[in-house]
Design a binder for this molecule. Sequence first.
Ligand code: SAM
Ligand code: SF4
Ligand code: F3S
Length: 456
Amino acid sequence: MKDNTAAISEIKEIIGDDQPKAYIRSFGCQLNVSDGEKIKGLLRQMGYSFTEDEHEADLIILNTCAVRESAEDRVFGIVGSMKKLKELKPSLIIGIAGCMTAQSHIAEKIKKSYPQVDIVLGTSAISALPRLLLEALRGAEFSADISEYDDFSEVVEQVRDSSFKASVPIMFGCNNFCTYCIVPHVRGRERSRRADDIAAEVCQLVKSGYKEIMLLGQNVNSYGKDLEEDMDFPKLLRRLNEIEGDFWIRFMSSHPKDASKELIDAIFDCEKVAKHLHLPVQSGSSEVLRRMNRRYTVEKYMEIVDMIRSRAPGFSLTTDLIVGFPDESDEDFQGTLDIIRRVKYDNIYSFIYSKRSGTPAATMADGTSEEEKGRRMRKLLEVQREVSTEHYKRFVGRTMRVLADDTAKKKNGWLTGKSSEFIIVEFEGDSSLIGQFVDVEITGSMNWAVTGKIKG
Ligand code: SAM
Ligand code: SF4
Ligand code: F3S
């Protein structure tokens, strides 16, 4: 952990009472969004205020994602367009943080081809921000730090985007090395936070009125393996469930290879743990799963599903799927359609395979055309639409507890929220209910949401 006190006071002195405006944009997963909230916390300490409009910003930080090529292309497009902003305001400081920067070829490319960028900050070097910012404020043309220092979790007060839903990382990094995935290469090995620190943070959040706590990790099921204390994820859930208050605990992601009976028992036993499990399957072919290094088979995955559904037949499951992994055959793809139909997911997050340089899958032969992958993706979405249209009907006639989230789009006087089962629920209601739990009687269903009215 770096001591930032001197750099922070010097920055405060330079910027005085001006409260310059910072625009922070996070891409990618919720862990990255959580890092963005930490970056904001640090900037607030230095005297920055925040804006949603990049045109009025004095400092821009793009907190990037590297999981797919399209995510990187998007960031390069945005950085390119920021050249104009810099010409209009030469004092503007532009920083790139997050997972893209942890790849040395990308850090090089930014330095070489995007002179408008002043700062490059690695995923484990957020605490280096004050020093780099100070250098930029003093006129340095380019400062970078992509070393691996720390995760900075226990140190900085975050500026949270929501006043009722909070993300709490419980661990960082990943040890699984799925052959397609860049995450272990840019986020390092698994490091678990101490259970006491997590419990203290959750307690504080609940006291401040937070209603939903999302525990985050690339594989929460391996939480605690690196700790000296006798702790694992099911025990952590039970401990957090003891915290007093009216709130929900959610978590993601849960790797099927480590999903245990103890985890399922904890979900059912703990009344504060939401009744939904995100269980990424990635493919419905055991052969593809083997080449992905997922370390489970379709049969093993279905055993977990059956274990849950034998206790609660309609239990809500969601998943991640990759279409077009190198040399995925038509038969492999049929296996994926089959698992969607068998499990009846409430929602799927599906991606066309994207080649990530430095990962084992990037060197695997791939005879499937992009056109065919596109066709498979459309078919997959069609099958999921059929499944969810049918499956969502099971909620009609039930009363669901919903955390009201926002006003509904295109429906005046309506609100949207999520139920414990992670189902989108739309209902008529006043915006003063946003951030509150409400009971909603479900009267209708679609393939992506249910509708209803507040129970009188
Ligand atoms: N740790 C989580 C797990 O194993 O379930 C996943 C985290 S990853 C950030 C989110 C999803 O992105 C993965 O589940 C996978 O479906 C998708 N993904 C990762 N690498 C990908 C790639 N190279 N191409 C396409 N999708 C990818
Ligand atoms: Fe990537 Fe696999 Fe780790 Fe998830 S478990 S982050 S997919 S390597
Ligand atoms: Fe997340 Fe993207 Fe990094 S999904 S861990 S921000 S590569």
